[in-house]
Design a protein around this ligand. Structure first.
Ligand code: GTP
Ligand code: MG
Length: 386
């Protein structure tokens, strides 16, 4: 199976667009030129970090609708399961950083909550981090990987409009497209159709968006928020309102196809990200894999099990609180409160004869032991607010 498809194959169908391979080669040339002129001075970084002037860095945001497989992909790229994954939407509610380092190259991956319209976020009563996460990640990113669930027949032929708006807003950030879940597609030729359709529709949308911006500028030059969403959703400078730059219209430098579940095709993307690093001081040591503390990662593991075992609104409204985190000999003792909104919810979490919470505890314990590399004594105490 062809896992990495150059946009060249399908881009010839896109009228008005210049060759993407040319754009890509221009981009690569600029990276090479920069590497000649801009050797980093990393001598000021923290002593625990090994520093050399050959260090290279890339900050990449991972963007997409809920359930596209963003977190599964990030875990695969990291080569370890750090962040919670579940079949339920909105498993990720805030930005988290995963890091992998190879030789002199460090890639910082920003996993983000699924992009949703502002109104949907409000309806879900989601925390602010949920709504602002994707935007913040793009403000910090030098690169964005747009993940599409290629197995989703309803949505796979064009990018979600909120994703498009986000890309248009941060059109200076180079983007690549990743068709995920290719293992769930029997006839692989469909992948080329999907690629072609997404490239064409994205291109048209961007051209149209450029026109819309011009119109808005004419009508109301002081208009700053082009998405129509409430301004407080976003944190950061608004992009200029004129026509979109050509790079945004071209949209994607490259298209990849992967199964984040099986790992198929992920190495191609990993190699590509490493090849896109630029001279720059590492932000993490070579042995660090995340910006999250061990305690936060453990909470995430428990959260994943809650999502897997509980249904409807319960896993979303439960709150977790670490009460005990201490070492006794080799063993890590962890005691966590799971606070439910009502006693009815609490009895569902406990389950008949305590079986649900026991299963959650057993599964979480196995994963936590793998993460911490030591025996774990885990207690989950279910209680209710009322
Ligand atoms: N078949 C298949 N399933 C996948 C693949 N990647 C992810 N999944 C499944 O898709 C579901 C959602 O995966 P996540 O990684 O949590 O998706 P996400 O985009 O991070 O979702 P949110 O955090 O809710 O935005 C899980 O059940 C994954 O096992 C894939 O390549 N193939
Ligand atoms: Mg996620």
């Amino acid at each position: 199976m062809v896992l990495s498809v150059c946009v060249r194959v399908v881009c010839r169908h896109i009228k008005e667009s210049r060759s993407v391979s040319a754009a890509l080669s221009r981009y690569c040339t600029s990276l090479v030129t920069e590497s000649v002129v801009a050797a980093p001075d990393c001598t000021e970084t923290e002593p625990r970090r090994q520093t050399t002037d050959r260090q290279r860095l890339l900050r990449a945001a991972v963007l997409g609708v809920p359930n596209a497989g963003k977190t599964t992909l990030v875990n695969q790229l990291l080569g370890r399961k750090l962040f919670a994954v579940s079949p339920k939407r909105h498993t990720t509610t805030r930005n988290v950083v995963g890091v992998f380092t190879e030789g002199d190259h460090q890639v910082i991956l920003m996993d983000t909550p699924g992009v949703v319209p502002y109104q949907v976020g409000r309806k879900l009563r989601a925390p602010k981090s949920f709504l602002t996460g994707p935007h913040r990640s793009l403000m910090e990113a030098e690169f964005v990987v747009v993940v599409v669930d290629a197995s989703d027949k309803r949505q796979r032929h064009q990018l979600d409009v909120e994703v498009l708006k986000t890309l248009a807003r941060y059109s200076h950030v180079p983007a690549i497209l990743l068709l995920n879940k290719v293992d769930a597609i029997r006839h692989k030729h469909v992948l080329l159709e999907i690629t072609e359709s997404i490239l064409e529709s994205t291109h048209s949308w961007m051209v149209e968006e450029g026109r819309r911006r011009e119109q808005r500028m004419k009508m109301s030059p002081e208009l700053r928020n082009e998405s129509g969403a409430k301004a407080d959703v976003y944190c950061g400078p608004t992009r200029e309102q004129g026509a979109l730059p050509a790079a945004a219209v071209e949209s994607f430098g490259k298209v990849f196809m992967s199964s984040a579940l099986t790992g198929d095709g992920v190495q191609d993307l990993r190699d590509y990200l490493l090849s896109c690093t630029r001279p720059g001081c590492w932000e993490y040591s070579a042995t660090e894999h995340s910006d999250q503390t061990q305690m936060a990662l453990v909470e995430d593991i428990v959260r994943e099990k809650l999502f897997l075992h509980l249904h409807r609104e319960i896993p979303y409204v439960l709150t977790q609180g670490n009460v005990v985190w201490e070492k006794e000999g080799d063993t890590q003792i962890i005691y966590q409160n799971l606070t439910c909104r009502s006693s009815n919810q609490a009895s569902i979490v406990i389950g008949p004869g305590g079986r649900t919470v026991q299963a959650i505890t057993a599964e979480a314990k196995t994963d936590i032991e793998a993460l911490l590399g030591c025996p774990v004594d885990l207690t989950l105490n279910v209680r209710s607010q009322k």
